[in-house]
Design a protein around this ligand. Structure first.
Ligand code: MN
Length: 488
């Protein structure tokens, strides 16, 4: 039991220590090191207390004898919900196949899955903190596992961080993992960047001095610094440009942070009066933010001594948001941002928050509409659904109890209409078999097959029912037509 002086966080640490007692990490350290590191990361991101507590407890339900009810009793509904979400995410993940067999579509699906299961965005933030610590300590694992986790981080978690506009996190996740996925290439590019920076150093210093003088003359408050390009993003850019380093214009980049939006545009003008802007390289992400809410002005210029330099100009708030993304908005607004938006207090909501708002609105609607207790409902959000896979690895979500024909019609009505059989997890099965979480479902079709009314008892989704009825009506129409117009 919690003593009165003990804070909730301290209590959570005690509970986690006890629960993980006797467990060790691959590094040989006591397991508790990991949840404590996750706690530290969440604190650094400025997350709220419930999230920090859930971070401390995130592995207990899955790996120890502690139950969700224990957590609910001690820490309340909100913490229990977050821990449950993290546990559910990793269970759903286990049902999926190796990253090596992933196709791009599957990666997107995994992101969607995480978001769908996320419900409360803080679940994803805990998951990201968890992954960050795991990737920082990856060297303790055997090489095949290292590669697998690194690849998944690169292809799923780093893009997720990007989607939340957590720029700093994206760079750290991507570069740490890329080092394991392709060490040779990583070192090559790392050296290339170092060499480039060294050779650009002198001229960069000169440019900084020129710009600083010009900005001071205009009485603009500013901070100027070099932006280090991440190894992984260089790798990706090179791939896009046929490995031609001369086409990479943002190897050298300077970032200028000013007080307000007007100063951003003034600064842009000053830069263009000093150097020649490159055609088609001016981007106004302030007027038109990126999908994840990122805002800045970008321009690439050619200096008098023929150096190509990219400038990124933004306000302090934009900078904070670009580096820390969604976590930053928690820090400043404690989730008020979306509420204020709904109440009309702020006009512009970064685009990236829109999907979160949608997600939360849906969840809220469910909660309000049904008036059942939160516990039941939140668990149901997960319980009603199963996730099954196509042989290619695409995820299809279906209601619990769905049958192979529901799956087939979800893929395409052309597939549904021509089903002759089904393989589940590689084995021949039948059309009455209920699909289960994680099944790999392969539909067998034949051009000559036609649906019949008995199929109606072999579907449970209204989507499939609708498609099937449509098809059955159409074929009876055809028969009538044929009767009316006997063969010539
Ligand atoms: Mn963990």
């Amino acid at each position: 039991m919690k003593t009165s002086e003990e804070s909730r966080v301290e209590h959570a640490i005690e509970v986690a220590k006890k629960a993980h007692e006797g467990q060790f990490r691959k590094t040989g350290e006591p397991y508790i090191i990991h949840p404590l590191a996750v706690k530290k990361i969440l604190e650094d991101w400025g997350m709220d207390e419930d999230t920090i507590i859930a971070g401390i407890l995130h592995d207990t339900v899955e790996d120890t004898s502690l139950t969700l009810d224990d957590i609910r009793k001690d820490f309340g509904e909100s913490v229990a919900f977050l821990v449950d979400g993290v546990t559910k995410l990793s269970t759903a993940r286990t049902g999926m196949r190796d990253i090596d067999t992933y196709l791009p579509a599957t990666r997107d699906n995994f992101l969607r899955l995480m978001i769908a299961l996320g419900d409360d965005i803080r679940v994803l933030i805990i998951k990201l903190a968890d992954r960050l610590h795991n990737i920082r300590t990856l060297s303790a694992l055997p090489p095949d596992k290292q590669r697998k986790i690194a690849k998944e981080t690169l292809e799923v978690f780093a893009p997720l961080a990007d989607r939340l506009n957590m720029g700093q996190l994206r760079v750290e996740l991507a570069d740490l993992s890329f080092k394991y996925v392709d060490p040779k290439r990583f070192n090559e590019l790392k050296n290339l960047i170092t060499r480039h920076n060294k050779s650009a150093e002198k001229s960069l210093q000169k440019i900084k001095t020129e710009i600083s003088a010009a900005l001071k003359k205009e009485k603009i408050n500013f901070e100027i610094s070099g932006r280090v390009k991440s190894v992984y993003s260089l790798h990706k850019k090179l791939a896009k440009h046929n490995q031609n380093i001369n086409e990479i214009y943002d190897l050298t980049a300077l970032r200028i942070i000013v007080d307000d939006v007007t100063d951003c545009y003034l600064t842009l003008g000053i830069i263009h009066s000093l150097y020649t802007p490159m055609n088609g390289r001016i981007k106004d992400y302030i007027a038109m933010p990126k999908q994840n809410g990122y805002q800045s002005l970008h321009t690439t210029v050619i200096t008098k001594d023929k150096h190509i330099v990219e400038f990124q100009i933004r306000t302090h708030a934009m900078h904070e948001y670009a580096e820390r993304g969604l976590a930053a908005s928690f820090y400043y607004n404690e989730q008020k941002l979306t509420e204020n938006y709904k109440e009309g207090k702020i006009e512009h909501l970064p685009t990236n928050l829109l999907w979160i708002t949608e997600l939360q609105t849906t969840a809220a609607r469910l909660r309000e509409g049904k008036k059942v207790d939160l516990k039941k409902l939140k668990l149901n959000l997960f319980a009603d659904k199963i996730f099954v896979y196509t042989p290619k690895g695409d995820i299809i979500d279906l209601p619990t109890g769905a049958l192979p024909l529901d799956f087939a019609y979800r893929l395409h009505s052309e597939i549904g209409d021509h089903v002759v059989g089904v393989k589940i997890n590689g084995k021949m099965s039948n059309l009455n078999k209920k699909l289960e979480q994680g099944d790999v479902v392969e539909i067998l079709t034949s051009k000559n097959q036609k649906p019949n009314t008995s199929w109606l008892s072999r579907i449970i989704t209204s989507h499939a029912r609708h498609k099937l009825l449509h098809r059955l009506n159409r074929s009876s129409d055809n028969m009538i037509k044929q009767d009316k117009n006997p063969k010539k």
